[in-house]
Design a protein around this ligand. Sequence first.
Ligand code: MSP
Length: 665
Amino acid sequence: MADSKRYYITTPIYYASGDLHIGHSYTTLAADAISRYKRLRGYDVFFLTGTDEHGLKIQRKAESLGKEPKEFVDEIVAKIKELWRTLEITYDGFIRTTDEQHVQTVQWVFQKLFDNQDIYKKNYESWYCVGCESFFTETQARAFPDMVCPDHGKPLERVQEESYFFRLSKYQDRLLQYIESHPDFIQPVSRRNEVVQFVKSGLEDLCISRTSFDWGIRVPFDPSSVVYVWIDALTNYISAMGYPHDRERFEKWWPADVHLIGKEILRFHAVIWPILLMALDLPLPKQVFAHGWLNLGGKKMSKTMGNVVDPIELTRKYGLDAVRYFVLREVPFGADGDYTEDALVARINSDLANDLGNLAYRTLTMVKKFSGGLVPAPGREEEADRAFRDKCVTLKGRVEKELDALHLSSALEEIMAVVGAANKYIDTASPWDLAKTNDSRLGTVLYGLCECLRIVSQLLRPFMVRTPGLIWSSLGMPESIDNADWDSAGTWGVCKEGQVTRRGKPLFPRIEDKEQEAEPVDRPAGQSPVTGSQEKAEGLEPSAASTPRPRASTDQPIGTINIEEFRKVDLRVATVLTCSRIKGADKLYRLEIDLGTEQTQIVAGIAVFYSPEELVGKQIVVVKNLEPAVIRGVKSNGMLLAAKSGNELTVLTVDRKIPNGTRIS
Ligand code: MSP
C-alpha cells in the first residue's frame, strides 16, 4: 500500500513534434509549484513529465524534414529538457515513449488485455485527425464544418483498416459508478459533469491499433500493427513507475495522486485511462485535474494555429520569477485565460514592483535608517500591531488550504493580500513619526515588517525560485532558506534582534511602458533577464514612488476634464532636501524631498536647466500619487511640475511658504 506521506504527480507527456510554448509550460509550472509545495511539507514526491514520441503526426513531420523519426524526436527532446532547465522545473522522472522499458510495458499491457478478451479484432472504417491523433464517428465528423478538425484546422482523413478494438463499452457502468462515488476523481466539478454526460451517452469500443504507418510500438502478437498512440501514451504513468516488472517501486507510487492535464485531453484521461486500469485490475489515480487554456487573441495558444509565445524569450525579457508568478497568478487554475504581454507587464508592475518589491525596499530602508540596519527589538504594542501579526501568522494556513485544493492563483492572492496589508500598515503606523518622538512602538512596527517579509518569502517558495532566498538573506537570516522549516512560516519571532539586514537592489523594478523605454530599466541581481541593459541601481529611500515621464507635446489641445478627474491627481508641496546627478544620465537629478509626513525621492530631467544649489531648499509642486518607476536604476516616487517653452524650463514653486505636504487644489 502506498505510503500516505508520498505524493505522485504527473503532467501530460508532450508531443515531441515541435517546440513547446508557454501553454505547455503552464501545466509543467503548475506541477512544479505543487511538487515544491509538497516537498516543503515533508512529502516524498515523484514528479513525472516526459514526451509522447510515436504516431503518424511525428512520423510525417520527421519525413518532411528528411529525418529518421528517432533522430527527429531526439532533437526535440533535448530542446524540451533545456526549456525545463530554464524554467527550473524540478521533475523527478522524464519518460520517453521510445524508452525500452516503456515499450516493454505497453506490449505487456496489450497482451494482457488481449488474453483477458478485452481486445478483439474487426474491420474498421472511420475518420481520423492526425493533429489530435483521434478517431471520429461519421456523425461526429459530419458535425465539423467541411469535415475539418476545429482544433487543428486540417481535413479529417478516412481510415480503413483491420484493427484491434478495446471493449470500453463493457466498463461503462463501472466507470460511471466509480465517478459518482468518488467526487474528487475528476476536478474541477464542471469537468466531472461533462465526463458523466459523455459516458451516459454511451461508450463505443475503441480502435487501438493502426497498420497504415509504422512509427509506433508493435502489437506483440501481430507485428504488422502498431499500438494506438493514446494507449501507448497513457501507459507512461505506470511504466515510469516500474509496472509490471518492478512491483516494489510500483506499489510505492501507484496510484498517482494527481494527473494534471489540459481540458482538451480530459476524455482520454477520465474515460479511456480509468477503463484501461480497470481492465488491468489496478487502482485508479486519485484525481484527474483538468485546467483551462492560455489563449492568445481569443484562441487556444497552439503550434498548429501559430499563435504561440516562447517561454524562453519571455524569461529572458522579464526574468524567471516574474514569468513563473504571472503564469500561476493570472488565471484561476481550472479556467481559461487570455495571455497578453500587457497583462504580464501590469502584473509585474503592480504586484511585484509596487507591492512586494516596494514592501521589501521600504522595510529594509527604514531598518537601515532607524535601526542602523539591525533587526530591532519589538517595543510598545498597539491593537493594530497585534492584528497585523495575526494576519501574518495565519497566512500559512490560508495558503495551505488553497494549495491543497490546487488553487494556485488563490494561494498567491492570499500572499499578496498580506503584502498589501503590510504596505498599508507602514502608511498608517507611520514609522517616521514614531522615530521623531522616540516611540518604542517603532521597534514593534519594524520587527513586524521583517517577520512579515520572512513569512512571505517562505510561502513564496513553491512559486518562485530566486526571490524567496533574496528576501530571506536580505533580512540577515543566519541559515539558508533551503534549510528553513516550512512550519516556521506559521510562527512569529524567528527573526532575531540584532540580525544584520542588507538592502540590495529593488527586487522587481517597474517595467516602463513603450514611451518610457528610452530610459533603460534596471533589473536586480536575482531577477536579471539573460540579456538586456544592466545598469547599477544606487541606494533609494523608502515608500510610495514615481517618475517623470516623457511629456507629450504641450502644444496639443487637451480635452476638458471634470473636477473629479482633476481631484485624482494628488498635488503636494514639498521641499527639496538634496539634489544629486545620476551617474551616466546627463539630464537627470535625484532629488530627496520632504513631503511633510514622509521623506522620499524623485527623479527629474532638469539637470541642464538648474544647478543642485538652485534647487535645494526650494518648495516645489509634486504629483505624489504617480505610479512609482525606476529610471536609470533609480526609483522615482513622484514627479515635480515644471513649465517648458523651447529651450527654457522653470520649476513650479509656491508663492508663499506653506507646510510641506499641503495639498494643492
Ligand atoms: N501527447 C498528448 C498527451 C498525452 S498524456 C498521456 C498531448 N500532448 S501536447 O503536446 O499536445 O500537450 C498537451 C498539454 O499541453 C495539454 O493537455 C495542456 O496540459 C498543455 N497545453 C498545450 N497548450 C496549452 C494552452 N494553450 N494552454 C494551457 N495548456 C496547454 O496532448
